[in-house]
Design a protein around this ligand. Structure first.
Ligand code: PLP
Length: 431
């Protein structure tokens, strides 16, 4: 099985986090998102402990909540004592309503409006991750009108290509995110930030991409960032206390992906950071990391019911399910790979080649093509693993399909974290 929280029951059906998936599908109906609460907490603790053990005090993970955002996840982040990243008023509001402490909340994004900034300041946002110079001025002006000195860090682009998918690579000079170091813009932006009265600059941020399996791109980025911080110290006399290395450690979607030991990878980054700082005679800054996917992806599984099986002789076998790109658009967007199980027949041999097709009126609405599963029949339950990140948070109502509910699982109980949308929810905004 792909992950330790996926097992097979005595009656041959698939179990997730110790729960029988076929029974959960009956109880809550399908499509259904499952989240393994204990796996999420375990992952958070691995990051938190590693950052505490290997970096100076104050180093802490920030959960990049765009990966999976609902009130419950911010409650878990609060209970575990980590920071969170938000990128919109919607994510911020969800965190706020969940009672997440706003001073531990970081506001990201390359396109923040006046209203967004004002809303965040009203709610007492901890820190803005500033993407560009016009945003910097805007934050300064709005902070002034509220009589606050706003903490900020500057997002810069170290010019690194982490060898990942183009759409999820973000650290190159021409990226829409951040201010380039390469051409001197980042020094000028820092000069500007230091001259403003209502912002207080704490340090620098970079995020090089996603689904990165090695420590090497982080080490390369850290080297560029620390050299930049040394330059800032020498030229502007400003010593940054914080370096945010972004998110992006990968997860195992299929058996072909490597399994990552996050603690070991963070230690490798720490060894390199200490070495670089020593060589540059620069005090090791507080290190922040922003995992999204690697905190929640393999804590998730999606269950579907098979509506029909269509065998097109000599071509392919379509297994059509009751969900699709509306609950998981990632295959349609990036041809992302997933591991699929016939949860009803998990102990049977996976010898049937299936294309898992969604219900939408789009040929591209597929969950996966030509995967091996046990031969399915109508009403079997299909399970797709590792769907905890960028599934529910990317879900849509295309074709007016209602979004599934999210059920959390822990050792004591299964409970609804997000309710299933109803048909009346779908028309609730129509006038
Ligand atoms: C998306 C994103 C992350 C999280 O990336 P993962 O691959 O999910 O870990 C972290 N930081 C920033 C700025 C991001 O945009």
């Amino acid at each position: 099985m792909l992950s330790k929280n996926i097992t097979i029951s005595e009656n041959g059906t698939l179990e997730f986090a110790g729960y029988n998936t076929v029974e959960l599908a009956q109880k809550y109906s399908t499509p259904l998102y499952l989240m393994d609460e204990e796996m999420i907490r375990e992952r958070i603790r691995v990051y938190k402990k590693a950052l505490e053990d290997f970096f100076p005090s104050g180093s802490v993970p920030e959960y990049a909540s765009k990966a999976f955002s609902c009130k419950r996840i911010y409650e878990i982040a609060r209970e575990e004592g980590i920071n969170v990243d938000v990128v919109s008023p919607g994510e911020l509001y969800t965190a706020y309503k969940a009672g997440f402490p706003m001073e531990k909340c970081f506001y990201h994004g390359n396109s923040k409006s006046c209203q967004d900034i004002e809303f965040a300041i009203q709610k007492g946002i901890g820190c803005f991750v500033v993407d560009n110079v016009s945003e910097l001025s805007l934050i300064d002006n709005i902070s002034k009108s509220y009589g606050v000195i706003q903490r900020v860090i500057l997002r810069v682009t170290p010019g690194i290509d982490p060898h990942t998918h183009k759409k999820i690579s973000t650290g190159s000079v021409e990226s829409k995110f951040g201010i380039p170091i390469d051409n001197g813009d980042a020094v000028e932006a820092t000069r500007k930030a230091l001259s403003l009265k209502n912002v207080s600059l704490e340090g620098f941020h970079c995020h090089i991409g996603s689904q990165i399996f090695e420590s090497e791109p982080f080490v390369t980025a850290a080297k560029v960032m620390i050299k930049f911080m040394v330059k800032i110290k020498n030229e502007l006399g400003f010593i940054a206390s914080t370096l945010n290395l972004g998110g992006g450690f990968g997860v195992q979607y299929t058996e072909n992906d490597p399994v990552i030991d996050y603690r070991a990878k963070i230690e490798e980054v720490a060894v390199a950071v200490n070495e670089i700082c020593k060589n540059e005679n620069f005090e090791v800054p507080k290190i922040l990391m922003e995992p999204g996917r690697s905190l929640v992806a393999d804590a998730g599984m999606t269950l579907y019911t098979v509506n029909s099986v269509k065998e097109i002789k000599d071509y392919r076998n379509y297994v059509s399910i009751d969900g699709g790109m509306t609950d998981n658009p990632r295959y349609a967007l990036y041809e992302s790979e997933y591991t699929v199980y016939n949860a009803s027949k998990a102990s049977k041999e996976a010898d049937y080649v299936a294309t898992i097709a969604g219900r939408c009126c789009e040929s591209g609405d597929l969950i996966q093509e030509n995967v091996m599963i046990a031969k399915p029949e109508e009403n079997d339950i299909i399970a797709v693993a590792t769907t905890g990140a960028y599934n529910y948070s990317m879900a849509s109502n295309y074709n007016r399909v209602a979004r599934p509910c999210v059920v959390m699982l822990n050792s004591e109980k299964d409970y609804i974290a997000v309710k299933r949308e109803t048909l009346d929810d779908l028309i609730s905004l129509d006038v």
